[in-house]
Design a protein around this ligand. Structure first.
Ligand code: PMT
Length: 397
């Protein structure tokens, strides 16, 4: 039998590849999953074989690749045998067509039959052109899958194989490997309440102008998502960003630092961990105008007053939660970050270079704690967030 043998602590994955250009990323995904100690059985649709060869996947997985329902070694029961032995089935890439089949319970080839016959979690990594992704039919099918408890990994936005730019790119292999691992591993933060801030604050000058800090919210939202994946209860106090909040988080939307402070103050006594990822404006305008200020060709002086320091407030509560700060610096990163950690009396602070971190998809955090500094390898923000949370779990014991 070519099926995967389940061992007690080894996770067995069926990796289903469907016919999309992102199939090339599945090769790297197999490598990463095996590196994480998983066993991988690859199953490919006929269309997938036009994009990447079964020989490549066999060499990487170390197992014969299944492509047909009618493989004589399996007695026509490959879909039952394989899904019984798997800890999860992952479809990467999942085309719009295959997603439609899954959503409607079709089973006219080995892979779709396996998904229907499974007794384990199903994870789907969509990959398609942005218009196919945005089409109402695809979105309906995704909603159906979500309602059926299927995990959706991605997609991401960016340059597509067709030359267009937008949503629909499959996540990178490293991001998928982490997403799969976090689905398979125990919920290490079950019952833990995480309160956090993310994004910038906006301090009005008048009805149309304001002072703000640069922050897309990507790092903070990634931390929120990673905590949710680990089973935490997450409250995300967010400044104005153009991101979809992670499903499952309680989101409190604010604009100014004072509003962020008020939202945190009201919840700080009821959380186990506080993480300040927000880029909070240190100052606000003393007398903001309700009306648009008319320009008169002369210079203008604004009186600024300091905003409350939210993180310092939480860290100095009589019974503070485990407090984690962030620091974005443009120079002397290590020195400034460690000084900040000590000044705010934090057990942990994550430092990053402002010019590399703000708005980007990737980041490199250096974690500072009482034991010293712990640089993380550069990677996507989701991976940085996962590594940060593992460090928090370790420090909290
Ligand atoms: O959103 P992205 O585009 O993904 O970018 C992410 C990021 C660069 C904004 C993020 O990774 C980051 O570094 N956030 C902290 C920004 C910063 O430099 O903060 P700070 O040095 O001003 O403050 C230090 C810490 O105190 C931070 O945890 C901050 O949230 C907190 N703080 C600061 C001032 C204030 N009034 N209240 C606070 O809570």
């Amino acid at each position: 039998m070519t099926g995967i043998m389940k061992q007690t602590d080894t996770k067995s994955i069926v990796l289903g590849i469907t016919g999309g250009i992102a199939a090339y990323k599945a090769a790297e995904l197999v490598r990463l999953l095996i590196k994480q100690g998983m066993e991988v059985q690859v199953a490919m649709t006929e269309a997938a074989c036009h994009f990447i060869s079964a020989t490549t996947m066999q060499a990487l997985s170390g197992k014969p690749v299944l492509t047909s329902q009618w493989d004589e070694n399996e007695n026509g029961m490959a879909h039952i045998n394989l899904s019984r032995q798997a800890d999860a089935i992952v479809i990467a890439p999942a085309t719009a067509d295959f997603i439609a089949k899954l959503a409607h319970g079709m089973a006219d080839d080995l892979l779709s039959a396996m998904c229907l016959a499974r007794d384990c979690p199903l994870l789907v990594a969509p990959a398609m052109n942005r218009q196919m992704w945005e089409r109402a039919a695809t979105q309906r099918n995704i909603s159906l899958l979500k309602a059926d408890g299927v995990g959706i990994l991605g997609p991401d936005s960016g340059l597509q194989a067709c030359g267009e730019e937008g949503m629909g790119r499959m996540l990178e292999a490293a991001e998928l490997a982490l997403g799969i691992a976090s689905c398979l591993h125990p919920k290490q933060m079950q019952g833990v309440k995480v309160l956090m801030t993310a994004g910038p604050t906006y301090e009005p000058i008048d009805a149309v102008r304001g002072i703000t800090n640069r922050s897309s919210g990507k790092m903070g939202y990634a931390v929120a998502q990673a905590a949710l994946n680990l089973g935490a209860e997450v409250t995300l106090v967010s400044g104005p960003v153009a991101l979809q909040p992670p499903a499952g988080a309680t989101v409190v939307r604010i604009e100014t630092a004072q509003q962020m402070f008020d939202a945190v103050q009201a919840r700080a006594s009821d959380c186990d961990i506080f993480i300040g990822v927000a880029a909070v404006a240190d100052y606000r305008v003393a007398h903001a105008s309700a009306q648009k200020i008319k320009k008169d060709g002369q210079g203008m002086t604004l009186e600024l007053v300091p905003n409350p320091d939210i993180l310092a407030y939480v860290a100095s509560l009589p019974k503070p939660p485990f407090c984690v700060g962030f620091a974005a610096e443009s120079e002397n990163l290590r020195d400034y970050a460690e000084r900040k950690r000590r000044a705010k009396k934090l057990p942990l602070l994550a430092a990053n270079l402002a010019q590399e971190a703000i708005g980007s998809e990737h980041n490199q955090l250096i974690l500072f704690d009482e034991a010293g500094e712990h640089p993380l390898p550069r990677s996507g923000k989701q991976q940085q967030a996962q590594a940060l949370l593992q460090h928090i779990i370790k420090l909290r014991g």
